[in-house]
Design a protein around this ligand. Structure first.
Ligand SMILES: Nc1ncnc2c1ncn2[C@@H]1O[C@H](COP(=O)(O)OP(=O)(O)OP(=O)(O)O)[C@@H](O)[C@H]1O
Length: 343
C-alpha cells in the first residue's frame, strides 16, 4: 500500500467538562512524511493523534486521508497502525502470534502469515524470537514487537504515542535511531507524539509544536531552532538566553552585564541568543558576569554565568580551560546571532 497524505481541516475537540483539547486545528502531513507532535503536558498532542486514528471524533472539522473524508470512520476502517508507550502486547500470545494478530484477523493464510512474521522479526532485529513469551522480553524488545505488530498489515499510516518514553535513556537513544531507520525503510506516513525535543528533532521531518490545542509552529527541526515563531517555541526547542533591554547605546542596547550589538531601529523589550553563540573571550566582550558553575558534557562544557539578570546565562564552550566558580567571564556574540521574538 502506498503512503497516504493526512489532512486535518478546522478540527476541534472539547471534552464534557469543557476542556478544549484541540482548537480549530488545520494541517497537512505529506505522504511518507514523519511528523513529530511536541508540546507541554495537556496541550492536545494525544487528542490530535487520536483524532487521526479515529479513536476520537472531532466536534467540528474533518480528517482526510489522501483527500478522502474519513472523519466518521472508526479506527478499524482507517488502515492505521498504532504503537503506545506501554507496549499493549497480548500477554497470552507469543511474539509471532502478537505480530501476526492483525494478519490473522484479516484472514491471511497461515503460510503467508508466517513468512510476513519472519520478515518483520528480521526488520526489527528479533530473528529467532518468534516463540518467546512476551514476559521473557526486555522493554526495548517488547517495543520492537509492538512496532512489528503495528506495521504487519502494511497500514497506510503509523501512529505512535510516546513510543520510547517507557525505556531507559540509553535504550531510548538506540531505539530512536532504529525507529528512524525503520520509518525510512517503510516510507510510511507516520505521526508520533513525544515530549522529548531531542526525539522530535531526530525523527521528525517536521515538528508540530502545540500550545493550548493550537499550532504554535509547524516547521522542520532546523527552522524551528533557527527561526522560532515566538518565545514559546524558542524556549521549547533548545535553550535560550533572554536579555531584558534596558536602553539604547551608541552601537546597540544596554542589558544586564553590558551591551549587546543591535542595529535595528525598533527597540524590543527582550533580546535572545543561543548558548552556543556566546563566546568566552579574554578581551572585553559584550557582557561580563561571574561564573556560577561549569558542567563538563564531553565535547563541550555548559557554563552558567550570572550577569545580574533574571536568569543566569547558559554558555556552551568547547574551550577546555577550567574556570573557577566566582571567576569573571567576558562573553562576546556576533551581531547576527542576537534576535528578538514575538511574545
Ligand atoms: N477523555 C477526556 N476527558 C476530559 N478531558 C480530557 C480527556 N482527554 C484529554 N483531556 C484533556 O484535554 C487536554 C489535552 O489532553 P491531551 O491528552 O491531548 O494532551 P497531551 O498534550 O497529550 O498531554 P500529555 O503530554 O500530558 O500526555 C488536557 O487538558 C486533558 O486533561
Amino acid at each position: 500500500m502506498s503512503a497516504t497524505s493526512i489532512r486535518l481541516h478546522n478540527c476541534r475537540k472539547a471534552f464534557a467538562d469543557g476542556t478544549v483539547a484541540v482548537d480549530d486545528l488545520s494541517l497537512e502531513i505529506q505522504a511518507g512524511e514523519t511528523l513529530a507532535i511536541l508540546g507541554p503536558s495537556g496541550c492536545g498532542k494525544t487528542t490530535t493523534l487520536r483524532l487521526i486514528a479515529g479513536l476520537e471524533r472531532p466536534d467540528a472539522g474533518q480528517v482526510l486521508f489522501a483527500g478522502r473524508d474519513v472523519t466518521s470512520l472508526p479506527i478499524e476502517r482507517r488502515d492505521v497502525g498504532m504503537v503506545f508507550q506501554n507496549y499493549a502486547l497480548f500477554p497470552n500470545l507469543n511474539v509471532a502470534d502478537n505480530i501476526g494478530y492483525g494478519l490473522k484477523v484479516r484472514k491471511m493464510p497461515r503460510a503467508e502469515r508466517e513468512r510476513r512474521c519472519a520478515e518483520l522479526l528480521e526488520l526489527v532485529g528479533l530473528q529467532g524470537y518468534g516463540h518467546r513469551a512476551v514476559h521473557e522480553l526486555s522493554g526495548g524488545q517488547r517495543q520492537r514487537v509492538a512496532l512489528a505488530r503495528a506495521v504487519a498489515p502494511r497500514p497506510r499510516v503509523l501512529l505512535l504515542d510516546e513510543p520510547l518514553a517507557a525505556l531507559d535513556a540509553q535504550l531510548r537513544e538506540r531505539l530512536r535511531s532504529e525507529l528512524g531507520q525503520l520509518l525510512r525503510e517503510l516510507a510510511i506516513t507516520a505521526v508520533f507524539v513525544t515530549h522529548d525535543q531531542g526525539e522530535a528533532m531526530a525523527l521528525g521531518d517536521r515538528i508540530l509544536v502545540m500550545e493550548r490545542g493550537r499550532i504554535a509552529q509547524l516547521a522542520t527541526p532546523r527552522a524551528l531552532y533557527q527561526q522560532p515563531a515566538n518565545a514559546f517555541v524558542a524556549n521549547f526547542i533548545g535553550t535560550l538566553n533572554a536579555f531584558a533591554v534596558l536602553g539604547r547605546t551608541a552601537n546597540g542596547v544596554q542589558v544586564n552585564g553590558g551591551e549587546l550589538p543591535w542595529s535595528a531601529s525598533e527597540l524590543p523589550g527582550t533580546l535572545y541568543c543561543r548558548p552556543e553563540h556566546l563566546q568566552v573571550t579574554s578581551a572585553p566582550g559584550h557582557v561580563r558576569g561571574r561564573l556560577l558553575g561549569q558542567f563538563f558534557q564531553g565535547a563541550q562544557s555548559r557554563l552558567l554565568v550570572d550577569v545580574g539578570g533574571a536568569q543566569p546565562l547558559s554558555v556552551d564552550s568547547s574551550d577546555d580551560r577550567l574556570h573557577a566558580p566566582g571567576d569573571l567571564i567576558n562573553l562576546a556574540v556576533e551581531p547576527q546571532r542576537v534576535f528578538s521574538l514575538n511574545a
